[in-house]
Write a protein that binds this ligand. Structure first.
Ligand code: NAD
Length: 492
């Protein structure tokens, strides 16, 4: 595994010397072994990072370079990362506890393809030209003038990320922000600092100028320092709705622009003519692939009552065949939750639902015979009332609820009856009906019959309601790191 700057932070183009900051062990969640020691930034470190970022933006060469030049430098950064794919996939797997296949595809592969796509499209980002207009003046003379709207970097961006898909989410903020000319301070989750610090090594190797990109590992205090400081122009946040709301309040006095990629309680609607096997496979992947620690997981399975028994029986069979264990073993099909606190939260929600009389189909326990690792059984409830807490709150673990319906209007009403609005899915052979349902869902994304099968780098991603606002990835993901400047001119 790549040793990523243990005990160091990346500030102003330099690695802080060990001993200057507090050190914290980082655990492998499958074994609870210490995989390395990470530096925890102090608020003075955050200050230094902000200083470096601000100075580089206001006075440095980066934002004055043309976009193709910046894309070339960042292309070398991505090359550096891609050349280390084996060791970085291993690092991400050990740090997050995700399956080898998930580490390779969603964590590393999707991160790299999003980065490449950003670098490909950024130099083509268009400015808008407005027609020439004539203004008659009272003295009889005329002014002929026009205008153009161009996209400018916003300034200093604080990127704050969660633990579940850290490599992809870090790169998904850092690359578009940098290519558009911004300076960045990245604050990863303290559970997964090494998947962030590696980007500092890559930036250094590629020749990103000092101060343009900085990394400070830390918890809420460091997040607070970044989101309240007047030197920061934009906060790009991915995490829970609760922390998103706190950050929005922290950023309010200095009127920062915010992008909020938050949690979800997404609904998969399986119509009477839907492919039950495909829908169950999708639910299985969604709820177990990363132990359900995905914002876009299909946690509410809204199934037509005529096919609900078949769907529940099949998903139960799949859940009970899941091989829980250390992702280092290729036979494992579900790894651990990130930490004991996350497991306790999931178990608390599950036990509360059982206590309320919600019908447990399978799971609902810490697997027997394991004294190490934060594992939890894939858990399924059936015949769930959409008003119950287990159907409303994000568990961020391997927990699904099945809710029955009889008409498609009812299915849409159930799906939309949520504080969240991140994603959704529809299964029906009637593609016209599936499209109508997709249009009626109040979410940022809907997959029909499994969608395009991958996380496309063209597709913008993001939510509405308590799932946040703004979009990441694709062209809109680049726009988020720019502001529009209108330049008006007069013809001589
Ligand atoms: P979290 O909200 O607890 O923490 C996210 C980040 O915010 C961490 O780096 C944390 O240290 C930092 N933070 C905490 N308090 C802060 C504060 N007051 N000010 C500034 N920063 C602060 O989330 P998590 O537990 O790491 O990740 C899980 C959550 O992330 C889930 O809700 C999941 O749905 C969400 N998520 C959303 C998306 C998306 O694209 N919509 C993607 C992945 C994860």
């Amino acid at each position: 595994m790549h040793k990523c700057r243990e005990g160091q932070l990346y500030i102003g183009g330099a690695w802080t010397s060990p001993g200057q900051c507090e050190i914290e062990p980082v655990l492998n969640p499958a074994t609870e072994e210490v995989l390395g020691y990470a530096a925890l930034a102090s608020t003075a470190d955050a200050e230094a990072a902000l200083d470096a970022a601000r100075t580089s933006f206001d006075h440095g060469p980066w934002r004055r370079m043309n976009i193709a030049e910046r894309a070339a430098v960042l292309g070398r950064m991505v090359d550096w990362l891609e050349a280390r794919d084996e060791e970085l996939c291993a690092l991400v797997r050990i740090e997050t506890g995700s399956l080898q296949s998930f580490a390779r595809s969603m964590q590393f592969g999707t991160g790299i393809s999003h980065a490449r796509h950003f670098l490909k499209i950024a130099p083509q980002i268009s400015s808008q030209s407005f027609p020439l207009e004539t203004v008659q003046r009272p003295d009889g003379t005329a002014i002929v003038g026009g205008g153009v709207a161009v996209r400018e970097p916003v300034g200093v961006c604080a990127a704050i990320t969660p633990y579940n898909v850290p490599f992809m989410l870090n790169i998904g903020k850092v690359i578009p922000a940098l290519v558009m000319g911004n300076s960045v301070v990245l604050k990863p989750s303290p559970y997964t600092p090494f998947s962030a610090l590696i980007l500092g090594e890559a930036a250094e190797a590629a020749g990103v100028p000092a101060g343009v990109f900085n990394i400070v590992n830390g918890g809420p205090d460091i997040g607070n320092a970044l989101t309240t400081d007047p030197r920061v122009d934009l906060v790009s946040f991915t995490g829970s709705d609760t922390v998103g709301a706190a950050i929005q309040a922290q950023a309010a006095p200095t009127l920062k622009r915010c992008l909020m990629e938050l949690g979800g309680k997404s609904a998969m609607i399986v119509c009477a003519d839907g492919d039950v096997e495909a829908a169950a496979q999708n639910a299985l992947a969604s709820l177990t692939q990363h132990a359900g620690q995905a914002c876009a997981s299909m946690t509410r399975l809204v199934v037509h009552n005529s096919v609900r028994p078949a769907f529940v029986a099949r998903l139960r069979e799949m859940f009970e065949a899941v091989v829980i264990g250390d992702p280092a073993d290729p036979a494992t099909s579900m790894g651990p939750l990130i930490r004991e606190a996350a497991r306790r939260r999931v178990d608390h929600m599950v036990q509360a639902a059982i206590g309320e009389g919600v019908k447990l189909v399978t799971g609902g326990r810490i697997p027997a015979g394991r004294d190490k690792g934060f594992f939890y059984e894939p858990t399924l409830f059936d015949d769930v009332d959409n008003r119950s807490l287990i159907a409303r709150e994000e568990a961020f673990g391997p927990v699904g609820v099945v809710i029955g319906f009889d008409t498609s209007d009812e299915a849409v009403a159930i799906a939309n009856d949520s504080e969240f609005g991140l994603t959704g899915a529809v299964y029906s052979k009637n593609v016209g009906l599936a499209y109508e349902i997709a249009q009626a869902l109040r979410t940022g994304k809907v997959n029909i019959n499994g969608g395009s099968g991958k996380m496309s780098s063209y597709h913008p991603f993001g939510g509405i309601k308590r799932s946040g606002y703004g979009r990441e990835f694709g062209e809109l993901g680049l726009h988020e790191f720019t502001y529009v400047k209108t330049i008006a001119y007069r013809l001589a």
